[in-house]
Design a protein around this ligand. Structure first.
Ligand SMILES: *Cc1c(COP(=O)(O)O)cnc(C)c1O
Length: 389
């Protein structure tokens, strides 16, 4: 059976497992081999086999992952990069020129804010921040004729605000700009922004897609073929590509995304319910809670509410830091989306780069990436970590 007959209109899990690759015609290898090669023999000058010429331009291990990511996001083409930030920078250079303007979330991932504030701005691309949960604020931040990209995350990091992708796509397209959705927190299993009108999906595949905290990578997925051609040109011209071993690991992770996400969501719901009842916790931020301001929008555009939970600790920063340090099953560390649970203090760790700006996060905030361990163990660990507060 060819890839198309097997994958075509099939379900998410089938696409995640089969799209992008047919068993190797010469050996039958079921999994894309790690093509550790920089160059390819040509059958006469310019006689490329399958279009492969040099591995910055294309590599078969990468092609397989790019096809699979396009399929799970319901896009036309996918592109993978050495990191999420490399994907973001390549997207900006593919779509913007000096003098252009970009709207960013007012609680953007710290590294994304730093990229725009310190790197893209020096290149002449300016930015304004707006709350993704406020469509009017995003509309007001757009500078007609100059804004090229409206960039959102939903849920955002670390405050888990929700942006209405359909409504924001309408506002963005009215102004002739492109809507970019960083879909890292939801993962393609929970949310497919291109089906809701977004123009570009960005991923840090380091997180849920890779899923095992063993590889750094990034991706872009688009539907428009002209935009795809511009990204393909810049992917090759800039060269921040993922190597074949990284592509192999990321692709292996993608195959189990659906089952992992179900357990991440189960455990996050249990943890959020536990924290809600805890006297040392002043606020629980999880889009699955009915009183979360983005709950209804999230319920419409996401399959479930994800594995990220943030909460605020009574007693302020010192107590929040102490909770992070006392946790044992939750590992104190940056990043998210792996099978193991992580705990961190955004103000001092992932979001230290936005201290003193409008994007500063509350000092008493703790962020959890709830993993797929036994739920009772996660709850018992948080219970002991909060006991001294
Ligand atoms: C981690 C992350 C990024 C950056 O990705 P890297 O792979 O670390 O370069 C971008 N956006 C979000 C939401 C992230 O969590």
């Amino acid at each position: 059976m060819s890839e198309h007959t097997r994958v075509g209109k099939s379900g998410f899990e089938t696409r995640a497992i089969h799209a992008g690759y047919d068993p190797d015609p010469t050996t039958g290898a079921v999994i894309p081999p790690i093509f550790a090669t920089s160059t390819y023999k040509q059958d006469g000058v310019g006689g490329l086999r399958g279009g492969y010429e040099y591995s910055r331009s294309a590599n078969p291990t990468r092609t397989a992952l790019e096809g699979a990511l396009a399929a799970v996001e319901e896009g036309e083409r996918g592109f993978v990069f050495a990191s999420g930030l490399a994907a973001e920078d390549t997207l900006v250079r593919s779509t913007c020129a000096p003098g252009d303007h970009v709207v960013l979330p007012d609680d953007a991932y710290g590294g994304t804010f730093r990229l725009f504030d310190k790197v893209e701005r020096a290149w002449g691309v300016e930015h304004t921040s707006a709350a993704v949960s406020d469509v009017d604020a995003v509309r007001a931040a757009i500078r007609p004729g100059r804004t090229r990209l409206v960039w959102i995350e939903t849920p955002t990091n670390p405050l888990l605000n929700i942006g209405d992708i359909e409504a924001l796509a309408a506002v963005t397209h009215e102004a002739g700009a492109l809507l970019v959705v960083d879909n890292t927190f939801a993962s393609p299993y929970l949310q497919q922004p291109l089906t809701l009108g977004a123009d570009v999906v960005v991923h840090s595949t380091t997180k849920y897609v890779g899923g095992h905290s063993d590889v750094v990578g990034g991706a872009l997925v688009v539907r428009d073929l002209d935009l795809a051609d511009r990204i393909a040109f810049h992917q090759n011209a800039i060269g921040a590509v993922a190597g074949p071993f990284d592509c192999f690991l990321t692709h292996r992770g993608l195959k189990t995304l659906a089952v992992r996400m179900e357990r991440h969501c189960d455990n996050a719901e249990r943890v959020a319910a536990f924290l809600l009842d805890h006297p040392a916790v002043t606020q629980v931020i999880y889009p699955g809670l009915p009183d979360h301001p983005g709950h209804d929008v999230a319920a419409c555009q996401m399959r479930r509410f994800g594995g990220m939970v943030s909460f605020r600790v009574a007693g302020g920063e010192e107590q929040a830091l102490a909770v992070c340090e006392r946790a044992q099953v939750f590992t104190l560390g940056e990043s998210l989306g792996g099978v193991e649970s992580l705990i961190e203090h955004p103000g001092r760790m992932t979001h230290a780069s936005v201290a003193g700006t409008d994007l500063e996060v509350p000092a008493d905030l703790v962020r959890l990436s709830v993993g797929i361990e036994t739920a009772e163990d996660l709850i018992a660990d948080l219970d002991q970590a909060l006991r001294a507060v």
